[in-house]
Structure formats: structure tokens, C-alpha cells
Design a protein around this ligand. Structure first.
Ligand code: HPA
Ligand code: ZN
Length: 338
């Protein structure tokens, strides 16, 4: 349709995609074979890439997904593994007219299984340099994500390690986030690690909240962690005073429509508060989260929003402008993207 062509050609900024979430079942199996990694033999889903893909269509919750997501990490061992994964993702993003992308990665989990921060980052940076040559119209940045299923002390250790690696001097690392399981992980648990980051001069802070957890977590992430963005933030709509606060503070939500349906946060796309966010002036961008697990590209996420909400051209202008303004890139780059 013409809208599909319009959305395909639309210059896009993505702020919420996990590099490990771009690992397809086929890549997972081929890297496991190459690296001699045994996949779980007690789970019939790991019989083949196609049975694994079928299992991905039956996720029951965020935690059910995360069990598979973190198994996928185990096949990534070398710099080259991270390079191939990242380059494939960037090529794919470029084919969808992505002009700026900020990619999450979970260093704590890789370090915990013996893969160093340097291994990961050098593979990702090689991919970024190749992409800069092959796709010069696209800017690429990385955002390390802390994880909530490991102890808060482990988050502290990672933050210190990254700061000691010169996070602040590395222009490709543009912020800091936190993800993984949400239930029972109140933001106050992480206020000291976020305070450490702020004191070290890291200004661009975000956090996954309001995906499964209550609006109160979103409010607390702003108050206790000092975040400028919220990843997901879907449930913020349940608190009108929080909605006003998001508007006033220009906090951008990185909404992931297909992810929310696959992980059963909502029954269908129509249940997302997209119209309310637009009408009340809440800034948001549209994102794919973990496209290899949820079965939808970034463009699919744009198209499904269009189909569910029948947005107008002015609506799309607002979405595009907010996702450029909410990007963590230079003002000059934002001018190029407008
Ligand atoms: N939520 C929490 N943790 C995650 C997600 C998510 O959507 N994707 C990858 N890790
Ligand atoms: Zn996410």
C-alpha cells in the first residue's frame, strides 16, 4: 500500500533495540556449532531453528522470554561473533531507512560468563566502522544496559569497569540503561549506581520501566534515577499526573509495540495508549526491542501502529520530530535528521 511505502521511506531513529535480541535462531545454531556450545538438551524447543522459532511465538511473559534471551548469549564468544551480529543488524536497519540507531548491549551478563567487555565492544565497534563506510547516511551509537536479575552490586562493578574504560571519552557510547526482569525490582534498588554514573558525568540515562511493572516504577525511575528517557513506559498512562510530568520534563518513551503483544503486556496493538500519548503531548519513538525473538522488524512496528491507529500525516510528523529530538546525538546531527 502507499502507506507502507511512505513508512518504508520515512527516515527513522531507533532507540530501543538490544544487539543480543537480533540473534536469529539460525545464527544461534550456527554459532553454537562453530563455538562448540551445547544447547539445552532437556528443552525440545532446541531441536532445530524452526522449533525454536515456534517456541518464540508462545512466550507467556517477560521472564519467559528472558530465559531464552539469555541462553542465546552463550553462543557469542569472540570479537568476530559480536562483529557479525552487529553488522548484520546495521545492514538490516539501513535497508529499513534507519538514519540513526542507538543499540543496547548487556555487558554484565557476558562478563559473568567469561567474555570480556573489550571483546564485545571491539567487535561492535568494528561493525560500526564498516557500517560507517558502507552506510554513510546512518549514525550508530551504543548504550550499555545494566541488568536487574543479577545483584545490584554487580551493576555497580560493571558501572565502575565501564567508567574506568573511558566511557565518557568514547563518543560511540552515548548513555546508560537498565533492563531484564522488572517485577519486584523497584528503581530505588539502583539509585546509588545511577548516582555514581551521574557524578561521573554520564548525562544520558534511561531505564526499562512500565513494561510489566506499575506506573509508580516509571515515576520512581525519574525521581530516584534521574533518567531522561523511559524504555517502554507503556503503563505510565495509568497515572494522569505522571503523564503531565512526562510532557513537562520532555521525557521520551521508547515504545515497542510488537514486543508488548508478544510478551502479553497487551492483547493487541490497539490496546496501546498511542492516541492518548499523541493527544497529551507525551514524546515517544517506535522500536523493535528484540526483533529476532518477537518476529517483527522496525518497519513492521511502524506499519502495525499505522494499521491500528490510522494516524494522519501530522501525527507522523510529530512522531518523527520527537524521535529526532529525543536522540542522543549532536545538535548538528539532529539538524541533518530533521
Ligand atoms: N525488557 C526487559 N529486558 C529486556 C528486554 C525488554 O524488553 N529486551 C531485552 N532485555
Ligand atoms: Zn528492551
Amino acid at each position: 500500500s502507499t502507506l507502507h511505502s511512505f513508512l518504508q521511506a520515512l527516515p527513522k531513529c531507533e532507540h530501543h533495540v538490544h544487539i543480543e535480541g537480533t540473534l536469529t535462531p539460525e545464527m544461534l545454531f550456527s554459532l553454537a556449532a562453530k563455538n562448540g556450545i551445547e544447547l539445552p538438551s532437556d528443552d525440545p524447543a532446541f531441536a532445530s531453528p524452526s522449533s525454536l522459532r515456534l517456541r518464540y511465538q508462545k512466550f507467556t511473559s517477560l521472564d519467559d522470554f528472558l530465559r531464552y534471551f539469555f541462553i542465546g548469549f552463550e553462543v557469542l564468544l569472540t570479537t568476530s561473533d559480536f562483529e557479525v551480529l552487529t553488522y548484520e543488524h546495521l545492514k538490516n536497519a539501513y535497508s529499513q531507512t534507519v538514519r540513526h540507531t542507538e543499540v543496547f548491549f548487556d555487558p554484565q551478563v557476558h562478563i559473568a560468563r567469561g567474555v570480556s567487555y573489550q571483546t564485545m565492544l571491539s567487535g561492535m565497534n568494528t561493525a560500526r566502522e564498516r557500517a560507517a563506510r558502507d552506510f554513510p547516511q546512518m549514525s550508530v551509537a551504543f548504550i550499555p544496559c545494566l541488568v536487574r536479575h543479577l545483584p545490584a552490586s554487580s551493576a555497580h562493578d560493571l558501572a565502575s569497569e565501564i567508567l574506568s574504560h573511558g566511557h565518557l571519552e568514547d563518543a560511540t557510547l552515548v548513555g546508560f540503561g537498565i533492563s531484564s526482569t522488572e517485577a519486584g525490582r523497584h528503581p530505588s534498588l539502583y539509585s546509588s549506581v545511577y548516582a555514581t554514573l551521574r557524578q561521573a558525568g554520564v548525562e544520558n540515562l534511561t531505564a526499562h520501566y512500565g513494561e510489566e511493572g506499575p506506573s509508580e516504577y516509571v515515576a520512581a525511575a525519574i525521581s530516584d534515577l534521574g533518567v531522561k528517557r523511559i524504555d517502554h513506559g507503556r503503563r505510565a498512562i495509568e497515572d494522569p499526573s505522571l503523564v503531565r510530568r512526562l510532557v513537562d520534563a520532555k521525557v521520551m518513551l521508547t515504545v515497542c509495540p510488537i514486543s508488548n503483544v508478544v510478551l502479553r503486556g497487551v492483547q493487541e496493538i490497539k490496546d496501546l495508549p498511542i492516541r492518548q500519548f499523541l493527544d497529551s503531548g507525551v514524546r515517544f519513538s517506535i522500536n523493535s526491542d528484540d526483533p529476532a525473538y518477537f518476529g517483527g522488524s522496525l518497519l513492521d512496528n511502524y506499519c502495525t501502529i499505522q494499521e491500528a491507529f490510522d494516524l494522519s500525516m501530522p501525527d507522523w510528523k510529530v512522531i518523527v520530530r520527537n524521535s529526532v529530538e529525543g536522540s542522543w546525538c549532536s545538535d548538528d546531527r539532529k539538524m541533518d535528521l530533521m
